[in-house]
Design a protein around this ligand. Sequence first.
Ligand code: SF4
Length: 430
Amino acid sequence: MSESTEPGSYFVANYPPFDRWTAAAVPAVLEAFAESPTAAALGLYLHVPFCRKRCKFCYFRVYTDTSAADVERYSQGLAREAALVAEQPAVAGRTLKYVYFGGGTPSFLSVKQLEKLVAGLHASFGWNDAQEVTFECEPGTLSEPKVKALRSLGMTRISLGVENFDDSILEANGRAHLSGEIGRAWDWIKAADFPNTNVDLIAGMVGETLESWQRTVEKTLALEADSVTIYQMELPFNTTFVHDAKESGAVAPVADWATKRAWVDYAFNRFTEQGYVVSSAYTLVRDPQRVHFRYRDMLWEGSDLLALGVASFGHLSGHHYQNATHWDEYLAAVEAGRLPVVRGLRPTPRELLIRELVLGLKRGSLDVERLRSKFGIDPLKEWAAQWRALEQEGWLSQVHPGPVLSRAGLLRVDALLARFFEEPGTRVDG
Ligand code: SF4
């Protein structure tokens, strides 16, 4: 991998990759909805696609020029979709183990809009028994009444998109919020006493220097969040930074990968000195006995995930799927009483094993016994050459009894995972 940050995606979110999902797989996904459920745990993801402003590094489906009528129509669409999904034989009667409000910016919605949205969802899905209900927030969209409302609406895990504390960096990257809004929002979040609080940071935003990064790390430490998530800045093709570069001929000046890894390494060291524990390539937690991230852990271990909303990704009974990726197409489907699924893929059993293996490695170590008993294949034997090479190159600190990534390996884990991928032509449909 080139060490300079070139346009393109680096982060591995799923396997097989999204470019292998097709419209031809949709009938099989719909059949899976119509059949009996598997024994997998069940989660729910809702995509709220509104933001105050589009960050220059954003590649998600978001809308920034929205009216109250748009929000109302979309919320009704989500409630309609929830009702459609909840009555499917593969879903009916099952208990949600976790819920995730992501985006976009879920906290873009007003208190009234949120109350209405949650009431609409509750008509189809209860989540009183869920172990975790995460809600993503952008600091500048919060108010004290809104934070209190989130608590009383049942959110258990608040994730605040801080990204950086330096106003000039926030502005250069097109963030809607400034640093003054972070402290204000955090005071309200602390006062509301959520069971779990998370802060998101990005290492290597345009304009970042070692000194500014160190200040961001210290200010984040002072928040005493239950967990901190740190991503390394990348430049996916569908971002303002990359579009601008096409016109100007100059790629956005993002630090190279070695620098970003060094900055995350610095943060990991500072946080662990203060009692945090590294719980994945991107996450530190303050008290691993108490603080969990069910969405990540259950999803990465093969749970079903119901996807609600435009462009959402789901997983059901061994099928990957994605909803319609455009506003009109999504709403037309749900308003007509149709599930808005537009593409999917049924991974083979071997691909499901690879998926759990690569996602598991992002945690920093592999539970070999779990994979062996679930898939009937020993990953140590099956990929012996890969483990050997990774160890020789210094990315693993041990192979037996289960692979453990070294810090250097963990910091570049997404660049290592392709070694386990298979060529599309070699797959045998399961
Ligand atoms: S807040 Fe998040 S979803 Fe919204 S534009 Fe920025 S990166 Fe994208």
